[in-house]
Write a protein that binds this ligand. Structure first.
Ligand SMILES: Cc1cc2nc3c(=O)[nH]c(=O)nc-3n(C[C@H](O)[C@H](O)[C@H](O)COP(=O)(O)OP(=O)(O)OC[C@H]3O[C@@H](n4cnc5c(N)ncnc54)[C@H](O)[C@@H]3O)c2cc1C
Length: 395
């Protein structure tokens, strides 16, 4: 990994979430210097679980970070879907050896967001090509044929060869490039909580990713951090809107949507005192998210609902493609960014659209729910794998 452009003007990145850190690391691996600005006073992820498909593990392996991520993760033996009104098993998809063999010898893992974020942060900190700066909000940018100048909140200006907006769902850089206003409110809200293992009754603790599908709602749980924690996410339909990912959610409101569900669901929900709330949003897929020497990545480029558990996976895949395109054309970032988005917009657009569809599927009622159960319950593991090949097997 000899630097090819060590003395060159850096690529600037706005945002130090999973997408920004992954991009910084991917570029540095190609010898490209990076200066990353994060608006918060420290690099951190709000606490909750994240599922990692085989497609992100391929990227992590290439980066030499797979073992570090696996060291904190939990590998669930299966994904299960159950009917939240009857408790009946709808489908069980094994995630063991057969699954890995099908998807490039990569696992399916679940981890704490803070853990994968910390692994990426450490990897970035160990690179002498990456400068990480906190309490630095990017307020604007200008570009010409030679480079980009960003203005920071304290009035400072920073110059670089190009700018990558990894500034999330409410990206101000996207607003300049795409100009599609606020995200689309899906009408679904996620409440999340993390329990210590000791606080989960033994008969409720399951090593699998379990999804309880209910009318206009679903509830997911799985272990985290080598099984020391238990992640709970309850999703239901609501018109509530609030920006950000960390507001406190009302237990009473949540309870109204779940009170008719089976005892294992209710007993787990009852154990949570404080819920954190995400109002779930996405955007319409777009074909162009670049303008000259400025591009977008992660939720800034292709924000999606979480129903396929792919937002962070797609961000990491994009980071590796972006870095390859820049390495192939280091003196022409605008051309490299066009090549990057050309390679990625259909795949991320498909994932954005399919994630919406999966949300409807999980929350089906009446006849639609019966049809869903019929379609899923007869499937063999191989048929389940076939259905998701486009996502986990794809680049
Ligand atoms: C409920 C839920 C469950 C999910 N589950 C999964 C899952 O199982 N698997 C999966 O792969 N994905 C999942 N996702 C999606 C995933 O969390 C996101 O796609 C991913 O975290 C996006 O990362 P990002 O870096 O693009 O954006 P963010 O994580 O939003 O990071 C953006 C960063 O930019 C900073 N920033 C913003 N504006 C500025 C500015 N002007 N200047 C400087 N810094 C700025 C912010 O402070 C933040 O640190 C889930 C999402 C939700 C809501």
């Amino acid at each position: 990994m000899a630097p090819t452009n060590g003395g060159a003007s850096p690529f600037l990145i706005s945002g130090g979430g999973i997408g920004g850190l992954a991009t910084a690391f991917a570029l540095a691996r190609e010898g490209i210097p990076v200066r990353l600005f994060e608006q918060s006073p420290e690099f951190r992820e709000v606490g909750a679980g994240i599922q990692l498909g085989p497609n992100i593990f391929r990227v992590l392996e290439k980066w030499g970070l797979k073992d570090a991520v696996l060291a904190d993760a939990h590998i669930p033996p299966a994904q299960e879907m159950r009917d939240a009104l009857t408790g009946k098993l709808i489908t069980r998809i094994p995630l063991g050896a057969e699954f890995s063999a099908r998807f490039n010898n990569q696992p399916y893992g679940v981890t704490h967001r803070a853990d994968i974020h910390a692994t990426l942060l450490k990897a970035c900190q160990s690179s002498n090509l990456i400068t990480l700066e906190t309490s630095r909000r990017v307020d604007g940018f200008e570009q010409n044929g030679n480079g980009v100048t960003v203005s920071l909140e304290n009035g400072e200006r920073a110059q670089g060869r190009a700018l990558i907006g990894c500034d999330g769902m409410w990206s101000s850089i996207r607003e300049r490039i795409v100009g599609d206003g606020k995200p689309r409110v899906s009408g679904h809200i996620a409440y999340r909580a993390v329990l210590q293992r000791k606080d989960v009754p033994d008969d409720l603790w399951r090593p699998d990713v379990v999804l309880w599908a209910g009318p206009r709602s679903h509830f997911v749980h799985y272990p985290l951090r080598r099984g020391e924690l238990y992640n709970l996410v309850a999703v239901f339909h609501s018109d509530h809107y609030e920006e950000g990912w960390n507001a406190e959610g009302s237990k009473e409101v949540m309870w109204q949507h779940f009170k008719m569900q089976v005892p294992p669901v209710l007993r787990l929900l009852e154990r949570i005192e404080t819920w954190r709330m995400w109002v779930l949003c996405d955007r319409e897929p777009v074909k162009n998210w670049s303008e000259g020497r400025v591009t977008l990545l992660g939720d800034a480029a292709h924000p999606m609902l979480q129903y396929l558990a792919q937002g962070a996976c797609m961000a990491a895949q994009n980071a590796t493609v972006l870095a390859e395109k820049v390495a192939a054309n280091p003196d022409d970032p605008a051309a490299a960014f066009q090549a990057y988005q050309q390679a990625r917009y259909l795949r991320t657009g498909r994932t954005q659209i399919m994630a919406r569809f999966y949300g409807e599927f999980y929350h089906a009622r009446g006849v639609a729910a019966e049809l869903r159960d019929m379609a899923l319950s007869g499937r063999s593991p191989q048929q389940s794998y076939d259905g998701i090949e486009w996502l986990y097997g794809g680049q």
